[in-house]
Design a protein around this ligand. Structure first.
Ligand SMILES: CC(C)(COP(=O)(O)OP(=O)(O)OC[C@H]1O[C@@H](n2cnc3c(N)ncnc32)[C@H](O)[C@@H]1OP(=O)(O)O)[C@@H](O)C(=O)NCCC(=O)NCCS
Length: 165
C-alpha cells in the first residue's frame, strides 16, 4: 500500500511542535535531531539562510522526519549545477518503517526520492551528500537509491556520495 506521506515546508513557527522528533541515540541521530531543532551552530536555520529548502514529513498526520535540499557551497564542486542534501532524519518510530516492508516501500526511501524529485524540478544535474563512514544504515539507503562514492572528502571520517539525475 502506498505511504500517505505529506511534505510541508519547514517554518520557524513549527519548532515547538517538532521538539518531539527523535532521530535516535546514535551520533548521526543526535546530529540530525539537533540540526532540525536548531540546537547546533550549523542547523536548519543557517542552512536555509544559504538557500536550502527544509521539508518536514508527516505520515498519517504523525511527524515522521525531515529532509533538506540546497545548493552546494560555492566553488567546492567542479561539476555543476549539483544540489546537496545537507541533512535528513527519521524519527526512530519511522526508521525501518513499515517494519515488514521491502526497502522501496519505506519512509526512508520515499523521503530521499522526494528530495531527488525536488532537485529535478530545480534542474540540478545531480545531488551530493556527505555521510559518516560508520553510519551504515544511511550508507545502505543511499547506495540502494543509486548514490555512488564521489571524490575524496577532506575529512576521512566521511564519504561524499553523488547521484546523477
Ligand atoms: C538514515 C536514515 C534516514 C535511514 O532510514 P532507515 O529507515 O533507518 O533506513 P532503512 O531501514 O530503509 O535502510 C537501512 C538499511 O541499513 C540497515 N542498517 C541499519 N543500521 C545498520 C547498522 N548499524 N549496520 C548495518 N546495517 C544497518 C538496515 O537494516 C537496512 O537494511 P535492510 O533493509 O537490509 O534491513 C535513518 O536511520 C535516520 O534518520 N538515522 C539518523 C539520522 C541520519 O543518520 N541521517 C543521515 C545523515 S547522512
Amino acid at each position: 500500500m502506498p505511504l500517505n506521506l505529506v511534505a510541508k515546508a519547514f517554518q520557524e513557527a513549527m519548532l515547538p511542535a517538532l521538539v518531539v522528533l527523535n532521530c535516535g541515540d546514535t551520533p548521526w541521530g543526535r546530529w540530525a535531531t539537533d540540526w532540525i531543532l536548531c540546537r547546533s551552530d550549523y542547523c536548519a536555520r543557517t542552512s536555509i539562510a544559504r538557500g536550502t529548502q527544509v521539508v518536514v514529513f508527516y505520515l498519517d498526520d504523525q511527524l515522521a522526519g525531515f529532509g533538506s535540499l540546497g545548493p552546494t557551497p560555492r566553488n567546492v564542486h567542479k561539476v555543476r549545477p549539483l544540489g546537496m542534501i545537507p541533512q535528513l532524519g527519521l524519527d526512530i518510530r519511522f526508521q525501518h518503517y513499515p517494519p515488514d516492508s521491502e526497502w522501496p516501500d519505506r519512509v526512508s526511501t520515499a523521503i530521499v526520492l522526494h528530495l531527488l524529485a525536488l532537485a529535478r524540478e530545480q534542474r540540478y544535474n545531480g545531488v551530493v551528500l556527505q555521510v559518516h563512514i560508520d553510519n551504515r544504515g544511511a550508507r545502505k539507503l543511499y547506495d540502494r537509491i543509486g548514490f555512488v562514492p564521489y571524490k575524496d572528502p577532506d575529512d576521512k571520517n566521511y564519504q561524499l556520495m553523488v547521484v546523477k539525475l
